[in-house]
Design a protein around this ligand. Structure first.
Ligand code: PGA
Length: 343
């Protein structure tokens, strides 16, 4: 114990003072934290582990005098000998053992911190590959905006495709996450619903159904429908709904995009069923009439999907958590995805 420290701290008269208590006492006065360095601890840890200054110097690629110097400074900072020298051999003192244990806790915490920082850097520089069903293109950018603001270094690529194409991409594990409304019947997938996807029946405002307050499903048997291409999940869902209700559906026109369908409905070629999410983002879509049909809107949800055995990257799981939180905000009405279509 140096005279200086003995003078400033009244140590208990016990033979072995707990170094943690002792360090705590010193820390209160800021002296230990001010004078010790991580480099001293690193050198000390190596010397203590090897019980040899020479081996520590070899391991750390420094000279033995440097090891002695670092340990001398640490000893001065702690204020009590850390090693006993017996002949050519060195042994840790009680204080040395305490410093070693604290030293290992510090290094362990630093390693853990390093892992966390790496993950954070991953979020700063990550890549995210999303594939979404055709209708997601109307709202995906609105959904993405706060995430992109939060993680400007994450590069995102989005593949927009119909249901059939998405399932084949999912099968080939081409993307991190999939946003689907209709789910495949058999697939080894994790599914998390996060947002509503109401399907509404629409017509032009000049259509004879446009002014009807209530339209029974049965009365639609004679109507001309415009639906998406084969392979579209929306189309499958609508066809199934009509089949379950025993109503034939007369598909007059098959079109490969929602915008083309909106235009065709607007031009009076027939009626259609579209996601409410797709209306009102286009000029034509917002001019269509949403019909009050029995059983409508059809309730669907958007799901986050990925293969069951897939290990999600930190970027993908962060994005997924973000989507779920955003979904809750939309559900609570804190934000609106789109304005609700009005007739
Ligand atoms: P789709 O999308 O109609 O563009 O195929 C529906 C779905 O989510 O599967």
């Amino acid at each position: 114990m140096s005279e200086k420290l003995e003078a400033s701290y009244k140590l208990p008269s016990k033979k072995c003072v707990s170094m943690k208590n002792y360090l705590g006492e010193i820390t209160k006065k800021d002296t230990l934290l001010k004078s010790l360095t991580l480099e001293q601890l690193r050198v000390f840890e190596a010397a203590a582990r090897h019980c040899s200054f020479t081996k520590a110097a070899q391991e750390l690629f420094i000279t033995q005098p440097t090891v002695s110097m670092q340990i001398k400074h640490l000893t001065q900072a702690v204020g009590t000998p850390l090693f006993d020298h017996v002949g050519k051999r060195v042994f840790l003192t009680q204080a040395g053992l305490e410093v070693l244990s604290t030293c290992r806790e510090i290094f362990y915490s630093l390693e853990k911190l390093e892992g966390v920082i790496c993950d954070l850097k991953g979020m700063k520089q990550g890549k995210l590959k999303i594939a979404g069903a055709t209708t997601t293109k109307y709202f995906i950018s609105k959904l993405l905006k706060p995430f992109c603001d939060l993680y400007p270094g994450v590069n995102i690529s989005i593949e927009i495709a119909n249901h059939k194409t998405l399932l084949s991409r999912l099968n080939d594990n081409l993307d991190d996450l999939y946003i689907l409304s209709c789910l495949p019947e058999k697939a080894d997938i994790e599914v998390t619903p996060f947002l509503d996807n109401p399907l509404v029946m629409v017509s032009s405002c000049h259509h004879h159904l446009a002014n009807q307050d209530y339209i029974p499903l049965l009365s639609l048997a004679e109507e001309s429908f415009i639906l998406r291409e084969q392979g579209s999940g929306t189309r499958n869902f609508v066809q199934q709904f009509f089949k379950q209700n025993g109503i034939p559906i007369n598909i007059k026109l098959e079109l490969g995009s929602n915008e083309t369908i909106e235009q065709a409905v607007f031009d009076g070629l027939g009626i259609s069923v579209l996601s409410l999410n797709s209306l009102h983002t286009t000029e034509i879509g917002s001019k269509l009439t949403v019909l009050n049909v029995e059983g409508f809107p059809l309730h669907q949800q958007w799901h986050i999907v990925f293969p069951k055995k897939k290990q999600l990257s930190i970027t993908a799981s962060t994005f997924m958590e973000y989507l779920m939180a955003e979904g809750m905000r939309y559900k609570k009405g804190e934000v609106a995805l789109l304005e609700v279509a009005s007739s």
